[in-house]
Design a protein around this ligand. Structure first.
Ligand code: FAD
Length: 294
């Protein structure tokens, strides 16, 4: 099938993007890399008269290191994140997660902002943003506001962004003052497919080696990325040697209600999560023990 006809507008500032969104209302949609939006239009799952192309908008396409934060413009392409020296040095898990997204042709066009706003529950970036405590810089007619990742994802393909707001940048905190290990793993039917099950972990250790901070987030586990708060609480405050991580992971996975579809049953997915959760927790601990970022 082919897309229904649409007109493209090419604003050059964020204010112009907001003005176009306000003017056209629900007839308009922002176009970033087009890797989710264009297939939806082509399959006639959605129809918009106006696409607001953000490729020429100032200030959306840079990766900036600012003391203990990395600010990534929403239009930064996934392939740039995968290759960025700043990301590989300070938040390597973000580069690792990017390599799991589709194929390189997708990553060459797809943007981080497009993926986060599209909010596919099987996508890697939303879970990474949730686990790492990212915040979203959003501009609309009333000005700029900041939304924590924990409040951004609301359900299947749904976020806290209103129709007249644009995602400008994502801020990722860089861990300080402790050794932190992070990792991401997933299972997909074929390389490049969306994950059947995926997990991200970030674990911090104090100088004695005890766990002082834990974040574990899952993707493809529910209608939005999910934090394992009970398992996080069970790990935090303990020495890794004293923990039965496989048992904690099995308990966490047993409490999940993942999708049950032609790609995999809920039981199969729980089985995958049981192992993925244990694997990311163990690897994050090992990476933290080897880390020098005290
Ligand atoms: C074959 C294939 C395989 C894929 N596999 C994966 C995968 O394994 N994992 C994965 O995570 N993704 C996967 N994707 C999706 C891919 O990552 C997309 O690039 C991403 O979901 C959307 O990014 P985009 O820049 O292309 O956004 P677009 O498609 O241009 O836009 C997506 C949505 O976000 C909105 N939007 C975009 N930017 C902004 C902004 N700055 N402010 C407000 N709204 C905005 C758009 O209006 C639209 O609603 C796959 C895609 C394809 C085609």
């Amino acid at each position: 099938m082919k897309c229904a006809p649409f007109r493209v507008e090419l604003p050059s500032t964020v204010d112009e993007v907001v003005a176009a969104l306000v003017e056209h209302g629900e007839d308009a949609k922002i176009l970033a890399g087009g890797q989710s939006l264009i297939p939806m239009l082509a399959m006639r799952l959605a129809r918009f008269d106006v696409l607001i192309d953000v490729h020429h908008v100032d200030g959306l396409a840079s990766i900036q290191l600012d003391q203990n934060t990395i600010r990534i413009g929403s239009r930064v392409r996934q392939s740039e994140i995968e290759r960025s020296d700043v990301i590989k040095r300070h938040l390597p898990v973000l580069a690792e997660a990017t390599a799991l997204i589709g194929h390189f042709q997708i990553r060459n066009r797809g943007t981080i902002g497009g993926s986060l706003v599209h909010a596919d529950p099987a996508a890697e970036y939303p879970a990474v943003a949730l686990a790492l405590g990212a915040t979203f810089e959003v501009t609309g007619p009333a000005g700029t506001r900041v939304i924590p990742a924990a409040d951004f994802f609301l359900g299947y393909w749904t976020t806290a962004l209103t129709d007249d707001e644009v995602l400008v940048a994502i801020h990722f905190p860089i861990p300080e003052g402790k050794r932190v290990g992070m990792t991401v793993k997933e299972v997909a039917r074929r390389h490049g497919d969306f994950a059947l099950a995926g997990a991200v972990a970030s674990i911090g250790l104090d100088p004695s080696g005890a766990i002082v901070e834990t974040a574990i987030a899952l993707f493809s586990a529910a209608d939005q990325p999910l934090r394992l708060t009970e398992m996080e609480a069970a790990l935090t405050g303990h020495s890794p040697d004293s923990l039965d991580i496989p048992a904690l992971s099995a308990a966490a996975a047993a409490g999940l209600a993942p999708g049950d579809d032609l790609h995999g049953s809920a039981d199969f997915r729980r089985h995958l999560f049981r192992h993925l959760i244990a694997d990311v927790a163990a690897e994050a601990i090992t990476r933290a023990q080897e880390a020098t970022n005290v």
